[in-house]
Design a protein around this ligand. Structure first.
Ligand code: AAL
Length: 436
């Protein structure tokens, strides 16, 4: 076998600079020369796009094309999609003054012939004072958009017009876990019962950080009533570990006969922190949950948005990290890698996942869900609305749908969308100074 396998080489005096896959430090100049000669004698790359990895030396990018992605063209890649958005009917945001907010929707399930979604609902006398002003919050004035919130739910026949049903879980009396705010919930159905996992705040978010553990409530019906278990179900990590202060976005799926709860933690000191997700596994919805020793399993993404896909689990990675705006896949639910790169992914996606709890190693994927927009997003310097609202997204990340429009890689947007990304005053000032 050649000492330098499948590599694209540039010989620099005695060393080898390579952008290929494998280098052999013991390769001699003679080896390199031979390899160069054999590369020189290679036939040109085929015109007909090879559907499987060609048996020939490949560039690093072409190796990746076959090793990483489900198909060489995104149009044929079951885990590539565009995302389209639709406004929802049935949710009232009052005077649009930031006193009513809805955000962080759960996955959507279908029960009794209707779609169900649960979400964080805040109705307060004033809009939030902001994370860094948490000291100005009171028992009636929220620090953040998700402070002083309860968990509400809504149902729908078509996924566009929703009927708000009211509270599912109200924040309990002080000092019970979650007395300050119950937020960012997600649903599990297990042996005929329903479980809502949620963030249980016992201080205003922003006081010391966005600190909270995860609690759970259970019910015999998706319409409740819900009984809160007054204990930390997924406790924060030990002191000095990545999830010591926060477990966010608990996201249950049933996988390999067990309950897999993916969750997010923001670690490191703000504002230079990293956001990533890990996994806790249990045989019983009320625990005990064992955290995966390799946590965090992701290096990017602001929320948990996962779904069973083929024999593994796929994830939408949004907003934070080197790998944001990717769709990732782990054939074992643990070893996630990039399966496609997309754009305009939904924030805080709660997808409709018909097989979230019974995929049996044959996950079919997703075609729609609900996400949120926060009012201040897209507005520089803190302008915009101080609340969040729910919207629908559609996509084709499904083995059962073939929608070529969702697979179009070219995203043409109106120039106004680009011009809405305005430079801040500080940036304008820098540019002005640079040209002086
Ligand atoms: C969200 C989620 C968690 C955070 C906050 C409310 O996007 O990541 O729920 O705590 O923001």
């Amino acid at each position: 076998m050649s000492k330098i396998k499948y590599l694209v080489v540039m010989v620099a005096s005695v060393g080898i600079i390579s952008c290929g896959q494998q280098t052999d430090k013991n390769a001699t100049k003679e080896d390199v020369k031979q390899e160069e000669q054999s590369l020189d004698s290679l036939k040109g790359y085929p015109w007909d796009i090879p559907q499987t990895k060609p048996d020939r030396p490949l560039s690093a990018a072409n190796e990746r094309l076959y090793d990483r992605y489900m198909a060489p063209r995104p149009q044929d890649n079951e885990l590539f999609s565009q995302f389209k958005y639709t406004e929802l009917k049935g949710f009232d945001y009052g005077k649009d003054d930031g006193t009513i907010s809805r955000r962080d929707p759960s996955k959507i399930i279908k029960e009794n012939g209707k779609f169900y979604v649960w979400y964080t609902h805040r109705q307060t006398v004033k809009p939030p004072v902001g994370f860094s002003n948490a000291h100005l919050s009171t028992d009636a004035i929220p620090s953040t958009d998700w402070d002083l919130a309860d968990i509400w739910y809504a149902t729908s026949k078509d996924g566009i017009t929703w009927e708000e049903q009211g509270p599912a879980i109200k924040r309990p009396e002080k000092p019970a876990l979650g007395w300050r705010s119950v937020t960012t919930t997600d649903i599990l159905k297990w042996e005929g019962k329903y479980y809502l996992y949620f963030q249980a705040f016992s201080e205003a978010s922003g006081t010391k950080g966005d600190h909270c553990p995860v609690a759970v409530a259970h019910s015999d019906s998706p319409d409740g009533p819900w009984a809160i278990v007054d204990q930390e179900i997924i406790p924060n990590g030990e002191s000095g570990t990545w999830d010591q202060y926060s477990i966010h976005d608990p996201y249950p799926l049933v996988y390999k006969g067990k309950i897999y709860v993916y969750y997010k933690a923001a670690y490191g000191v703000r504002p230079e922190y990293l956001v990533a997700a890990g996994l806790a596994i249990a045989d019983n919805p009320l625990g005990p949950f064992k955290k995966h020793p390799l946590n965090p399993l992701f290096n990017s993404g602001h929320e948990t948005a996962l779904f069973p896909f083929k024999e593994g689990i796929a994830a939408l990675i949004t907003r934070d990290g080197n790998e944001n705006s990717t769709i990732q896949y782990a054939p074992d639910g643990v070893s996630f890698d990039i399966a496609s790169v997309s754009a305009f992914l939904p924030f805080a996606a709660g997808s409709y996942i018909p097989d979230a709890f019974n995929s049996k190693g044959n996950g079919r994927g997703i075609t729609w869900g609900i996400s949120h927009f926060t009012g201040s997003q897209g507005y520089p310097e803190g302008r915009g609305r101080k609340y969040s609202y729910l919207a629908r997204f559609d996509c084709d990340l499904s083995l059962d749908l073939d929608d070529p429009q969702m697979k179009d890689t070219r995203l043409y947007l109106h120039p106004e969308v680009y011009f809405s990304r305005k430079l801040s005053k500080k940036q304008m000032e820098r540019i002005r100074k640079e040209s002086e």
